[in-house]
Write a protein that binds this ligand. Structure first.
Ligand SMILES: Nc1ncnc2c1ncn2[C@@H]1O[C@H](COP(=O)(O)OP(=O)(O)OP(=O)(O)O)[C@@H](O)[C@H]1O
Ligand code: SF4
Ligand SMILES: [Mg+2]
Length: 340
């Protein structure tokens, strides 16, 4: 049984609807299906506004989807008892990009870390909470822990240190899954890889599964190299599968276009730009998405069927799935330097 499963999940937001503004609707997530097993790493990738955060909030139970089922260990989270829901909410934690907003400025780091452990009976008393908090800080590379626990407040820490405290607080309640929503985007560039390495260590040593939400394919490739990727476009998962397989042989024109724009950090793999001329760089208005394939207004390969029929994710082998009517016709993606 999967740790988490999303079955045909959609989320529509209503916006506007004032005296002079008619109501409009944004389909932030459209018919999403996902499986997350114990210890999995899934990178959820796409441009701003494609629905990544909404999907992350649905996975964490912070947002009830308009339709579809969200299952934790096989049980629909919106139909379980209060106690089961409490257990699920402890088991699935979320970490946001803004560590400053996530931490209470008037709480010491000890107060921040001990409160959830005491509340949920993970530590029986203050002394035990102290020891567990110190262990957590050591795991997070914040040493010596005494310096941080009683003396420090969030504003006295660097962005990278604060994000480690936020991760420590998430880990303190012994979760099975952490949804990390752009966790490194507000951290100094030089510290990003170290934070991703820390999350990889938590995955390896504590077998905590991660959903890593990012608009940045380079960090997705780095963090989820042994995991899976799901690429979203305007609310829809358009390509998914084992990350290495998908990025080495991207089949959806949108992912091919995204890859042309991303330099790979590993110099061995550095790719020069491969031109995939999009019909337009403009993102459609999410309140009136294009009919049929939502990418057809930008896709260089589109044909009439693309404007009328919605493509669904289809398996092309080895766990790799693509939502494109013309997948069989789309040219293999070649980085430019491999062609010369
Ligand atoms: N509470 C809300 N009310 C109305 N619309 C919303 C709400 N939350 C999200 N949306 C809309 O849903 C769409 C998806 O938003 P979401 O924040 O999930 O995207 P995202 O991929 O996380 O973007 P970003 O990379 O900028 O964080 C957007 O069009 C957004 O404006
Ligand atoms: S379905 Fe058509 S428009 Fe959509 S990505 Fe495939 S070829 Fe392009
Ligand atoms: Mg977001």
């Amino acid at each position: 049984m999967a740790l988490m499963e999303l079955r045909d999940v959609s989320m529509t937001f209503e916006i506007g609807g004032g005296l002079f503004a008619p109501k409009r609707y944004v389909q932030a997530v459209v018919h999403a299906n996902l499986l997350i097993d114990e210890g999995d790493i899934l990178a959820l990738v796409g441009e701003s506004g494609c629905g990544k955060t909404t999907l992350g909030r649905i996975i964490t139970g912070l947002q009830k989807p308009t339709s579809g089922e969200v299952l934790f260990r096989g049980k629909n989270i919106w139909k379980i008892s209060r106690e089961e829901f409490r257990q699920y909410r402890l088991g699935v934690q979320i970490v946001h990009q803004d560590s400053f907003a996530a931490l209470n400025p008037v709480r010491t780091i000890f107060h921040t870390l001990s409160a959830p452990m005491l509340r949920h009976g993970i530590a029986k008393n203050r002394q035990e909470a102290w020891e567990k908090a110190a262990d957590l800080l050591r795991t997070m590379g914040l040493t010596p822990p005494e310096v941080f626990l009683d003396e420090k407040y969030p504003h006295q820490l660097s962005g990278g240190q604060r994000q480690r405290v936020v991760l420590a607080r998430a880990v303190s309640v012994q979760p099975r899954l952490i949804v990390a929503d752009e966790p490194v985007s507000m951290v100094d560039v030089s510290l990003r890889l170290a934070l991703l390495d820390l999350m990889a260590k938590l995955n390896r040593e504590l077998n905590i599964a991660f959903v890593y939400i990012t608009h940045d394919l380079a960090t997705a490739r780095y963090f989820a190299q042994k995991g899976k990727i799901a690429v979203m476009y305007l609310g829809q998962i358009v390509e998914t599968g084992p990350l290495g397989k998908v990025l080495n042989r991207p089949r959806h024109p949108y992912l091919q276009a995204l890859l042309t724009a991303v330099p790979v950090p590993d110099p061995e793999l550095t790719r020069k730009h491969f031109e995939l001329p999009l019909r337009t760089m403009d993102m459609p208005d999410p309140t009136s998405p294009p009919p049929g394939c939502r990418f057809h207004t930008r896709c260089p390969y589109y044909e009439p069927i693309c404007t009328t029929e919605v493509p669904v994710l289809k398996s092309i082998g080895n766990g790799h799935k693509v939502a494109c009517h013309l997948e069989h016709k789309i040219p293999e993606w070649q980085p430019l330097d491999a062609e010369v």
